[in-house]
Design a protein around this ligand. Sequence first.
Ligand SMILES: [Zn+2]
Ligand SMILES: [Zn+2]
Length: 389
Amino acid sequence: MALGTNIKKLIEIQNSLIGDFEVVKPGRLLVRSGILKKLCRKEMQSRMFFLFSDTLVCTTPLTSGYRFKTNLSLDGMKVSKPSKEDFANEFSIISTIRSFRLSASTSEERDEWLKTLQNTISDYRQKKFSYLLQTNKCHRNTTGCDALFQNDVDFKLGKQAPVWVPDSRVSMCAKCHEEFTVTFRRHHCRACGKVFCGVCSDNRAPLCYQNYKPGRVCIDCFNYLKAEASILVRNVQHTEHTRQMMDSMKVFFQTFSHGSSHGRDSMWSSFGKGKRKRSSLLQEVKAATEDADTSGYMEIWENKRWKKMWFVLKNKVLYFYRASEDTAAVKSIVLIGFEVQTFGEPFQKVDPSLIFQVIHKNVQPLTFKTENESSRDRWLKYMKQAVIP
Ligand SMILES: [Zn+2]
Ligand SMILES: [Zn+2]
């Protein structure tokens, strides 16, 4: 884009924007803009994004113009995409202060956004790196080529805001597997972003990305952060400032570790009803497992209606989940000895190319419905392998 056109474009955006953000800045270029759906806790909301050469701006579309919501510097930003086919339109933005999941309208559009974001972040880093070199501010371990792609290995617990798992993708607490209800509510761990019940996330820990302001964390994150803090306390060279910070963290963790072990004990005794339910759940495979043969949403014919569930096929076992991020299955079937059949004509008015059946002489046939034919064929392929001993 010619420079003149770029400035014109920036002024145009400035004029359409309500809120406190200065769009026009020397050296800033507009790279890409467009509407994406943001996965909030309860629902998907439309957001208009403007990707500039140094920052990503998120706005709410109005009948005319946009309301400024937030801007995230490209410094330290990473992008990631889910490996599951069912979420082919989605990707995550991970930045130090805020992280979230977005959804494009097609997987092609998603891939374009990912590519543009990666290139822009990379360009931004290169520029910053060469600037640091020139001005001699470069520290020994500053590199211009950190991984731009987020994976579990380089996500630093407590250092970055996690992507919150949307409420609709979990039906149970990630720790105790108790099912959520209107009164048994969901809470997000501010360190890992997973969803827990109140009891399993009844700990607070100072989080680096919130300037060590305490945030609700799950038991596992609490223990991890506590261990990390104690290592820090031992290894850090104690200037007056760090000593003060460390001391307050130490006191903090001590206070809360007492509270948490107490809370845990009382929880197991006070949730007797849930305990019974839990024992029937299968915890060996998580719904979001990466090493499944295949996984995804299907509908199953049950009690004269279609019920949408998340399925995982692994080692000849089919696991049933209520939601795609659940940490325990509600049911499982060993498929060895079953027979896989397709339909010659519609079943319950559903096109035969979308359905198949898994049958065994001693049990009710299981009838599955998929979203499209390619998904049906994928399931057929893996099911047929799984029924062979
Ligand atoms: Zn729980
Ligand atoms: Zn956690």
